[in-house]
Design a protein around this ligand. Structure first.
Ligand code: TXA
Ligand code: MG
Length: 339
């Protein structure tokens, strides 16, 4: 299969992609979080093609992308009030909401669970594509399973060329980490943190729990709330190590490790605050500690950029606000290897 690379600025290209989806094919498209790999979410065969193209375990359910609140409601049953509160305040947004599923959602999409995850993305090309397709679009991140999520069309191209029908190139994704996933199927619980933070959510619906697996490895035999949490994730080939403590302590520990690894190709993912301390070493500034969201937007693209290095040394942030989203990805990328 030859994968078409199409510019999203041309309206006819979005129509072409919508047509591919209606006919059961696969299209990678931009969202405000990361690129998604889309197919008709109500067609089990089309959804199965997503799992094969990504090499994704079939017990890991997909998010359905919609272009309106009504379309979301048609996919759920027993919709709680809290859904309407969240959707009305936030959508379109990097927020995925899980409720009990309606029979129309095939088992392939929900991986046999009794619930379904739905989100209305805040990217104009994504919304147009969903609207024109006329169906909810099932879409995981458009990377090969286990690799960092793609935030540019060239990342999708590198992973997916020859495996999918088309890539709709809409430039760089704004947030760079995937959506916040909240389950309303029981007590409101965040299963995956993102740029819609626990504080923002609890301001609208009151108390919101954060699943323990967000920042801890699963204990042996522990019940998984979100199948995606079971898998090693987001990893470049380089060995990733995270360093925790105060900003000063982190810089000290990183410099020490860097010196110990003199014979290896290492890079430091530095904060603006610590940049000066790494003078003369191989470093790249990836964010401001005082504004954690800045760390999110380039994490995955930097992982791809330095994929062939031996070691990547990363600064840990505190598990608060958008720092929680960043740490959730970093901890999985380093296999919870924190010094
Ligand atoms: O920002 C995003 O959410 C991106 C873009 C493309 O929209 N999509 C994305 O999809 O990150 P994916 O498949 O890479 O991650 C979806 C996560 C997985 O960890 C999956 O296990 C979880 O959501 N999930 C999906 N449906 C679920 C359900 N019914 N119950 C629990 N977890 C669910
Ligand atoms: Mg993913």
């Amino acid at each position: 299969m030859v994968t078409k690379l199409l510019n999203a600025e041309k309206a006819e290209n979005i129509e072409l992609c919508a047509d591919i989806i209606r006919r059961g094919g696969l299209v990678a498209f931009p969202t405000e979080t990361v690129y998604g790999l889309g197919a008709n979410g109500l067609c089990g065969d089309a959804v199965n093609r997503i799992f094969s193209a990504k090499g994704r375990p079939s017990d890991n359910p997909l998010i359905l992308h919609v272009s309106s609140i009504e379309q979301a409601v048609s996919l759920y049953r027993d919709v709680p009030d809290s859904f309407f509160k969240l959707a009305e305040v936030f959508w379109p947004a990097p927020l995925t909401i899980i409720c009990k599923k309606a029979p129309v959602v095939p088992d392939e999409t929900s991986a046999g669970l009794d619930t379904v995850a739905v989100r209305m993305p805040a990217n104009e090309y994504a919304l147009k594509l969903i609207e024109l397709s006329g169906v909810p679009v099932a879409a995981p991140s458009a990377n090969l399973s286990g690799k960092p999520s793609p935030t540019l069309a060239k990342h999708v191209y590198a992973d997916m060329f020859g495996r999918i029908d088309a890539i709709l190139d809409g430039g760089a994704c704004k947030y760079g980490v995937e959506s916040t996933v909240i389950s309303l199927a029981g007590e409101p619980t965040i299963l995956r943190p993102g740029c819609i933070t626990p504080k923002m959510l609890s301001a609208v619906i009151g108390c919101v729990k954060v699943a323990e697996s967000v920042s801890k490895p699963l204990a042996k035999g522990e019940k998984v709330l979100s199948p995606g949490m079971k898998y090693m994730h987001y990893s470049p080939d380089a060995k990733v190590i995270a360093f925790s403590g105060s900003a000063d302590k982190i810089a000290q520990k990183i410099i020490q490790k860097y010196e110990e690894c003199k014979d290896k190709r290492c890079v430091i993912f530095a904060s603006e605050e610590n940049e000066g301390k790494y003078a003369g070493k191989n470093y790249v500034v990836v964010g401001r500690r005082s504004d954690p969201v800045t760390f999110c937007s380039s994490l995955f693209s930097r992982f791809r950029e330095y994929n062939d290095f031996d070691c990547i040394f990363c600064e840990a942030l505190s598990l608060e606000d958008e720092g929680l989203a960043y740490m959730n990805r970093l901890l999985r990328a380093c296999g919870f290897n924190v010094l």
